[in-house]
Design a protein around this ligand. Structure first.
Ligand SMILES: [Zn+2]
Length: 118
């Protein structure tokens, strides 16, 4: 089985996300810039997560539905997606924390640091 789904890009031309299934193994590739360099892209991520808003147009829906049924047979998808979401949440919280610490340090430097007596 080989299914090609057109995914919206930031430009006019869609990207091709290709789902290939044989011997109970599913591979997914995308021809966007990240995909070509072997990186996980938002097109693959969103389609694998069942997000149909990434579809180029309504004519892709039937193919998407058939792929979604196949993806549901891969238990690693949900656990890995959850791990990505959890890690991204941690990064976001860490970015907020470092921003606060830097702001406080800058304020300390501006207002004057308390020194211990000599
Ligand atoms: Zn892509």
């Amino acid at each position: 089985m080989h299914v090609e789904i057109l995914a919206k890009s930031s430009g006019d031309a869609p990207y091709n996300v290709i789902f290939a299934c044989s011997d109970n193994r599913l591979t997914v590739t995308c021809n966007c810039k990240a995909g070509i360099f072997g990186q996980l892209c938002k097109h693959k991520t969103e389609l694998m997560a069942g997000d149909s808003t990434r579809l180029f147009d309504a004519s892709e829906q039937g193919k998407f539905d058939s792929i979604t049924a196949i993806v549901a047979r891969a238990p690693d998808v949900a656990t890995t997606a959850a791990e990505i979401a959890e890690t991204e949440k941690f990064i976001k919280a860490s970015q907020a924390k470092i921003k606060g610490v830097k702001k406080r340090f800058e304020q300390m430097l501006t207002e004057g640091l308390q020194l211990n007596p000599e």
